[in-house]
Ligand binder design. Structure first.
Ligand code: COS
Length: 382
């Protein structure tokens, strides 16, 4: 049983404690999913998460537009990740893929959120390109105005849910000004003419991922999410919300690694006694527990700060993501070490955590970028 004492921290309200307990129970019954066909697994997970009401936390209610509750998003990601990385992925993409609509969408665009929350549609966030990942402002993809339309040309890559999404929130250069001030965001349905899946991408922890090509993709100006030229700020505002949740997923993976390790060292004998009695093992366990608690404090500090009305949580979210993902990697590595051969055996939970965690230190802003973000915020006095 995972440690739940953190739920009594002052960051949470009773509704959060109830949510965490109910979801943990749901996970015990429904997870892990069968991962043999990741496309089918993700679609089934989204349908089930929608049917059972969990996706209502991933996007705002279009009928009563409010704000996303970041503590709920983080608790859900942490809990799902502790049980099944693919379930966390399926949930997370419903949020990241619609974050721009939840924050900046028109009433017409928000209508999509009904399907997203019910688990009847899948979404994706299309920002990265072959030549611009960390440097968003260097993107090449263009969206040229043609009367009441825009025509999109270029490529997007590393797009999670690419190939199974029903629509993409796509960032492109509209040229109001150079660099970051000349980008805009568009809602592009997957079946729009000229949009193709150029390549499916295989990674160490498999999930739906693709490179997309846009060849004269024509969308109406109603597809603009936010103001023209404000696309960079739209992207960064979405990331300010979802970066904390990446930290939460990492925290879920780390907590699972710690739980598996505690079980192992209590049961496994070494040199005539349980491993848990060896001080060198105790040193590992102490470091793992410390990393887990420090990450939880940073993740829920960022979430609470946003939920209680801060206009920007750029520094808090970057710290949460950086610390939680980097230390989860270290926690899981220790778990592998203490599991010996089992730790690297295909199919063992600790082996899968070792693969699952790695990408979180890269996507939604690599660890190195988070350091740049934190340092800039500190130097700007924020
Ligand atoms: N919220 C709102 N506005 C923001 C913002 C945020 N979090 N971050 C920056 N901005 C604003 C800035 O205030 C600035 O506007 P003003 O000139 O009006 O003040 C503008 O956006 C440009 O910001 P900046 O000069 O910092 O942009 P840079 O091009 O230097 O980029 C980094 C900064 C590297 C931090 C950014 O490109 C980044 O986060 N990269 C990682 C991207 C990423 O996460 N990719 C993964 C894709 S999703 S899997």
């Amino acid at each position: 049983m995972a440690d739940t004492s953190f739920l009594h921290w002052p960051f949470f309200e009773d509704r959060h404690r109830e949510l965490a307990a109910a979801l943990d129970h749901w996970c015990e019954t429904n997870l892990p999913a069968d991962h043999s066909d990741v496309d089918a697994a993700c679609k089934a997970l989204v349908a089930k998460l929608g049917q059972d009401g969990w996706l209502e936390h991933a996007a705002i209610d279009p009928d009563q537009p409010g704000v996303l509750d970041v503590r709920s998003l983080c608790l859900i990601r942490e809990t799902l990740a502790r049980h099944d990385g693919l379930a966390d992925f399926a949930f997370a993409m419903q949020g990241l893929g619609t974050g721009a609509i939840s924050l900046f969408g028109t009433a017409e665009q928000r209508a999509w959120l009904r399907k997203i929350r019910a688990g009847n549609a899948l979404s994706a966030f299309a920002l990265s390109e072959p030549k611009s990942g960390s440097d968003v402002a260097a993107m090449d993809m263009t969206a040229d105005r043609d009367g009441n339309h825009f025509v999109l040309n270029g490529e997007k890559t590393w797009i999670s849910n690419g190939g199974i999404a029903d629509f993409y929130c796509v960032f492109a250069r509209t040229g109001e000004a150079p660099g970051a001030k000349g980008l805009s965001c568009f809602l592009v349905p997957a079946d729009t003419e000229g949009l193709t899946i150029a390549e499916r991408l295989e990674v160490i922890a498999p999930h739906p991922l693709a490179r997309l090509e846009f060849d004269n993709v024509r969308v109406s100006s109603d597809a603009l999410i936010g103001e023209p030229g404000q696309g960079f700020k739209v992207a960064m505002s979405v990331l300010d919300v979802f970066r904390s949740t990446v930290g939460a997923a990492a925290l879920g993976f780390a907590r699972r690694a710690l739980d598996e390790t505690l079980e192992r060292v209590r049961e496994r004998e070494l040199f005539g006694a349980p491993m848990a009695e060896l001080q060198m093992v105790q040193g590992h366990v102490a470091d793992m527990a410390l990393d887990v608690d420090a990450s939880a404090l940073l993740v829920y500090r960022a979430a609470w700060t946003k939920d209680t009305g801060a206009a920007r949580v750029t520094r808090e979210a970057a710290m949460a993501k950086l610390h939680a993902t980097d230390t989860a990697q270290a926690v899981i590595d220790r778990a592998v070490q203490l599991h010996g051969g089992d730790g690297v055996r295909s199919g063992h939970i600790v082996e899968s955590l070792y693969r699952e965690i790695r990408a979180l230190r890269i996507y939604e802003g690599a660890s190195d970028v988070q350091k740049v973000v934190i340092a800039r915020q500190m130097m700007a006095g924020g």
